[in-house]
Design a binder for this molecule. Sequence first.
Ligand code: ADP
Ligand code: MG
Length: 303
Amino acid sequence: MDTLKDIGEFGLIERIKANFASKTNIGIGDDCAVIPIGSEFLLVTVDTMIENVHFFSDQPLFNLGRKALSINVSDIVACGGKPLWAFLSLSVNPSMRLQLLDEFLAGLKKSCQEYNIELLGGNTTKDDKLSINITLIGKTNKPILRSTAKQNQNVYVTGTIGSAACGFFAVKNKVSSDYIEDFISPKARLDLVDKLTPYVSAMIDVSDGLLQDAMHICQSSNVGMDLYLEKIPLCSDDNLSDIEKISFGEDYQLLFCADKMYEMNLDRIAQITLIGYTNDKKNFTLYKNGVVLPINNYGFKHF
Ligand code: ADP
Ligand code: MG
């Protein structure tokens, strides 16, 4: 155990968490920090996108501006909130062409207008590679956490899973695909937050891969989960396997649990699919047509 690689990304986060536990707020471990303010709760999240790590150098900057905000909005939505105020930290190469910077800012502005967010500040530094870091603050009356799922509940996912994965591989291999937009300019599901919050017990956004994000709910809530691959709404692209589609991430859909008594209420909401159930077994099982599938890779990790 010499290097960070030995403990992994989540080991690092656990190590930080062990040193900085909060007594009054919900801090490290959920999609957002949750800070009670009067009768409401502030939600705070931060995400970074780095050139050649999260995006290709030739990716259109207008879309990148939109995506940088959307991925943060997705975390606010996962906690049952609405986004309000953003802060932008940029590391830029001084030789960057002004036209490209303007494209990035136009995309970011468009995204701020779409989600009704004000950009209120940030920070600027120099680096060889472009790095975009956004802190986003939102609010909610009823925070929804990863850690509050109960056993014997339904597990749902919104939208379609795997589109961003297929879009990523198309961009990487420079081939055409119907899914490129889903990778370069995903949308957060702010449209669903009011509809879902009355029924949802626990929620996470699908950023690291559906399997890994489902595992986060299991571990935080101390429940087990059975998921059924044939029920998961996957994009219809034959270039990737079903397993690749559910372990790549960047879908920015919502994965949530809800009590079975709300099944009829949730059936009436479009673009929501029942994909499994929580249980008391404390382990996670993926089935395909009744057969248990071994899982070698749950999802994306930085290291
Ligand atoms: P998400 O995919 O929802 O953005 P992450 O996997 O990035 O979530 O982070 C999981 C949790 O760990 C979050 O609560 C986040 O705030 C916290 N976290 C991640 N990295 C750090 C860090 N370097 N310092 C403190 N907290 C961190
Ligand atoms: Mg998240």
